[in-house]
Design a protein around this ligand. Structure first.
Ligand code: G16
Length: 548
């Protein structure tokens, strides 16, 4: 027998739902990082994700996060990311519920909700709590109101954190669900935790007289710029930040931001780059970062997620040797990782490297298998995970009476752990980690870049009628459908030296992504173009045939 209260709740769900009607026939898929499409198609999705977050909260007896953002996508798009209890992405088993709920016609909503409740054996009288955040897109405020309506329809509590970066919301969720063990569960607590660790780390450098650190930051005209200004007040003036694309005039992610810089392989608009100036770019919700600089000849150099993973893992490995801990460390990458990065890590650094499918959720899970799992996508999305054992051992050593050098190294490791946002990739946290490492090691951006040389590479997008016709395997490095595509790619790759190419349907944009690398830039460009043509012809390309 279904309690009367549940009937009343369902009535409220349907009543509120009619204020957030689903465009008939619209079908969306939970993608690489939640739902993403044009903002005007998302009101009903947001409402329903409010409902789903409540169910997930009741199921896990924890606070669940809903972040309204389309991250690197153009300003007109929007999207939603759901955050699980420890700050991870929504567990994959629930993605199908999210898709079913988003696509249910109004008259099916009750059936879909009831199915989830029964399937997951959710006790509807269990209390629920949802934490909501949003980015700076013009559409985000009303869309987050739709999330609130979903939570309210199920008579549940919410906390609206307003404008926050995605990683800040992940942090707060983790803090709240660990009763503050991970940190103080406020945005101010986030600034305090990170700045304390950063100030401790660079204190040693300042003492050596190396002075201030100067960094140009491209804020992608987004939330990262706003939040970096708040963070800056907590830093002991060691780091001097010059902020560009801070959102006063430019459009979000338009010719700026981490994705633009990585894919276009050029500096963002609106930033003045002097030779050897260290610069970095955030993306639209500040969960990705890439670095770049120009050399004396004006040549642009990109330091992407692969270079960041190498820098951080080298630093940690050296410290582990100093403290004498033998912890198992691994690096997790995706198919986009530059061949030179993988070779350097495996052959020179002797660090095991694993390849996961695109999407933080995949890398994060793989990284959890190790004492220390460093994961970064080449696009600059990544972090480092420390197992409980690793953290305990490091903290123990840092507090012990031991030789000065060993204790100092353990304290450096401990502060590094505190500076890293282990819940998800975080542009602000990663930036501070990188700045601390560069200063501690006395490395210029150019020296960091010279650790290994990237193979020339190119990324392209191809428009097809239905990107789902492409199916991949082997961590997206090979296609199994449509027939003949992989054979064609293999033949093209064989024409070039040191070459590699793959294609995969994007989970955030309506395109097929093409990646190619080869011995020269001309060859990488030619290979990428030829592979795009193969996709266009064999996978139902639409619009103009890709041009070289
Ligand atoms: C999201 C995911 C990333 C992924 C990127 C591109 O980033 O969080 O893991 O690499 O999308 O995914 P796809 O190639 O499937 O479009 P963001 O920063 O946009 O949230």
């Amino acid at each position: 027998m279904i309690p009367r209260k549940n009937y009343l709740q369902m009535e409220a769900v349907l009543k509120y739902s009619s204020r957030h009607p689903k465009p008939a026939g619209l079908s969306l898929q939970y993608g690489t990082a939640g739902f993403r499409t044009k903002a005007e198609h998302l009101d009903h999705v947001m409402y329903r994700m409010g409902l789903l977050a409540v169910l997930r909260s009741k199921k896990t007896k924890s606070v669940i996060g809903v972040m309204v953002t389309a991250s690197h996508n153009p300003e007109e798009d929007n999207g939603v990311k759901l955050v699980d209890p420890l700050g991870e992405m929504l567990v994959q088993a629930w993605e199908v519920y999210a898709t079913n709920l988003a696509n249910a016609e109004q008259q099916e909503l009750q059936t879909v909700m009831t199915f989830i409740i029964q399937q997951e054996d959710i006790k509807m009288d269990q209390k629920a709590s949802v934490a909501i955040g949003r980015d700076t897109r013009p559409s985000s405020e009303s869309l987050s109101q739709a999330v609130i309506d979903g939570v309210t329809a199920l008579d549940s509590k919410y906390h609206d954190y307003g404008l926050v970066t995605t990683p800040q919301l992940h942090y707060v969720i983790c803090c709240r669900n660990t009763n503050g063990e991970y940190g103080e569960p406020t945005i101010d607590g986030y600034y305090k935790k990170l700045s304390r660790a950063f100030n401790e780390l660079v204190k040693q450098v300042a003492v050596c007289g190396n002075g201030r650190l100067y960094l140009n930051v491209d804020g992608a005209n987004g939330i990262g710029a706003l939040k970096l200004k708040e963070m800056e007040q907590h830093l002991n003036s060691v780091l001097s930040l010059k902020l560009y694309n801070e959102g006063c005039k430019g459009k979000l992610n338009c010719e700026c931001g981490a994705d633009y810089v990585k894919v276009q392989q050029k500096p963002p608009q609106g930033i003045e780059v002097k030779p050897l100036d260290r610069c970095c770019s955030f993306d639209g919700d500040a969960d990705r970062i890439v670095y770049f600089y120009k050399d004396h000849g004006g040549v642009f150099h990109l330091l992407d997620g692969d270079k960041i993973a190498t820098l951080i893992s080298t630093f940690i490995k050296e410290l582990l040797v100093k403290v004498g801990l033998s912890l198992q460390m691994a690096v997790v990458q995706t198919a986009y990782a530059n061949g030179s990065a993988t070779r350097y890590l495996e052959d020179v650094m002797k660090v095991p490297v694993y390849c996961a499918k695109t999407g933080v959720k995949h890398l994060h899970h793989k990284a959890q298998e190790f004492d220390i799992g460093v994961y970064f996508e080449a696009n600059g999305h990544g972090t480092v995970l420390f197992s409980k054992t690793a953290e305990d051992q490091i903290r123990q050593l840092a507090s012990e009476e031991t030789t000065d050098d060993k204790k100092k190294a353990a304290q450096t490791l401990q502060n590094t752990i505190d500076l890293i946002n282990q819940t998800v990739g975080d542009a602000i946290s990663d930036m501070l980690v990188i700045e601390a490492i560069l200063s501690l090691k006395g490395l210029t951006v150019q020296k960091w870049d010279e650790i290994y040389t990237d193979l020339p590479n190119r990324q392209l997008k191809v428009k097809v009628a239905d990107r789902k016709v492409i199916e991949t395997t082997d961590a997206e490095r090979r296609t199994v459908r449509p027939p003949g595509l992989q054979e064609k790619i293999d033949n093209l790759v064989n024409k070039y030296n040191l070459s590699r190419a793959f294609v995969r349907p994007s989970g955030t944009e309506d395109v097929v992504r093409v990646y190619a690398e080869a011995d020269t830039q001309d060859n990488a460009d030619a290979l990428a173009h030829e592979v795009s043509l193969a996709v266009f012809h064999l996978a139902g390309g639409v619009g103009d045939v890709p041009k070289p």
